[in-house]
Design a binder for this molecule. Structure first.
Ligand SMILES: O=c1[nH]cnc2c1ncn2[C@H]1C[C@H](O)[C@@H](CO)O1
Ligand SMILES: [Zn+2]
Length: 377
């Protein structure tokens, strides 16, 4: 996508990556808290289980504890974040922080997910949890705007795949539709918990013409992806990295897609890829070997995401920075990933189009033209 034969710089600077408009479809609310917020909330609610109350050490602890090579062990770290997210005030604060942090990182549209069933320990009802989180996001959007950043945040309600509340959570998502909730998801340990266990919830949502994504093809392979797409009818796949198991690359570089991989690509099923998270849970060995390079090259509907900013010590800019380093991606490539994400969002079509044409494309056009004028005075 570089202009051949020009002096246009190929690789964006870190500063340009940060300023570029970005769209985030896969980010967990309980995986993105600021360490200092966790420490303060733990003091407020009397939670004494934190491994340390020093925010810097706590940030390091989360990254290291999540860096285990196993999804199950990675997920254990969420006990601490969920422990401090049990009151209305805490949920408002965490959601507001989240919107402000994403906006400061150049994210213009985000779908942030969480499992309401994990926030009932202090007596909130499922509806109260959703209302508190929505209130926090509206507050965070307004605070961001006051600092000159524009962001819109929608939420996805997650049901935990090992539990049995998916129907209830699907109904909750439907009840709060058009009031901040844009869809549904299932998450948690994948092996041994096939998505079809929650078929009734997916069928209900389809009956209501509602949207959902499914974590699939992260810790378990093709059968999980096949079920999510063909039985459950997922609109998008959370991760989906293991779709590469259905792709063969010959020694001569010839690529062959199996039937499932071809279906996913040809039907434009969006893949919510989260490179750093995959390195931590063992789904990929390095950024350079991450399947996103192959899948993007084959024009799958690939998107770039953070998953859990706290556990991965990451941000959208960092994820793009890693990919630029590993694959030499240009601003044009970043724009392609971002337009892919916006096309795949659970937002009405006219709003998606306006975001693409009036926010994303002009933002990248401005950045792409900078080399013509030299540094801003
Ligand atoms: O990458 C993930 N795979 C499966 N489950 C996950 C992942 N990241 C977070 N979760 C779980 C832990 C959280 O408590 C829950 C809801 O956000 O979703
Ligand atoms: Zn996830």
């Amino acid at each position: 996508m570089t202009l051949a034969g020009t002096t246009a710089p190929r690789v964006p600077t870190a500063e340009q990556i940060a300023r570029a408009p970005k769209v985030l479809l896969h980010d967990h609310l309980d995986g993105g808290l600021r360490p200092e917020t966790i420490v303060e909330l733990a003091a407020d609610c009397g939670y004494e289980g934190l491994p340390t109350t020093d925010p810097v050490e706590l940030g390091v602890w989360f990254r290291e504890a999540a860096d285990s090579g196993s999804l199950e062990r990675y997920l254990e770290t969420f006990a601490h974040t969920c422990a401090v997210m049990q009151t209305r005030e805490a949920l408002v604060r965490v959601a507001a922080d989240c919107a402000e942090d994403l906006a400061a990182d150049g994210v213009v549209y985000a779908e942030v997910r969480y499992a309401p069933e994990q926030h009932l320990e202090a007596g909130l009802t499922l509806d109260e949890v959703v209302e508190a989180v929505n209130e926090g996001f509206r507050l965070g959007e307004a605070n961001a705007r006051a600092r000159g950043h524009r962001i819109r945040v929608g939420t996805l309600l997650t049901a935990m795949r090992h539990a049995a509340r998916s129907q209830e959570i699907a109904e909750l998502a439907n009840r709060h539709r058009d009031r901040g909730v844009v869809g549904f998801d299932i998450a948690g340990a994948e092996a041994g918990h096939p998505p079809t266990r929650h078929q009734a919830a997916f069928d209900y949502l389809k009956g209501e013409n509602n949207h959902f994504t499914i974590h699939a093809g992260e810790a378990f392979g093709l059968p999980s992806i096949w079920e999510a797409v063909q039985c459950c009818g997922a609109d998008r796949l959370g991760h989906g990295v293991r779709i590469v198991d259905d792709i063969t690359v010959g020694e001569d570089g010839r690529v062959e897609l199996g039937r499932l991989a071809a279906y996913v690509r040809d039907k434009r099923v969006p893949l919510e890829m989260c490179p750093t998270s995959n390195l931590q849970t063992g789904a990929a060995a390095s950024y350079a070997e991450h399947p996103i390079g192959l899948l993007a090259g084959l024009k799958f509907r690939v998107t770039v995401n953070t998953d859990n900013r706290l556990m991965s010590g990451t941000s959208m800019s960092r994820e793009f920075g890693h990919l630029v380093d590993a694959f030499g991606y240009t601003l044009g490539d970043m724009e392609w990933f971002t337009v892919n994400a916006m096309k795949s969002a659970f937002l009405p079509f006219d709003e998606r189009l306006a975001m693409i044409n009036d926010v994303i494309k002009p933002g990248y056009a401005e950045l792409k033209a900078e080399w013509l004028f030299g540094p801003r005075g």
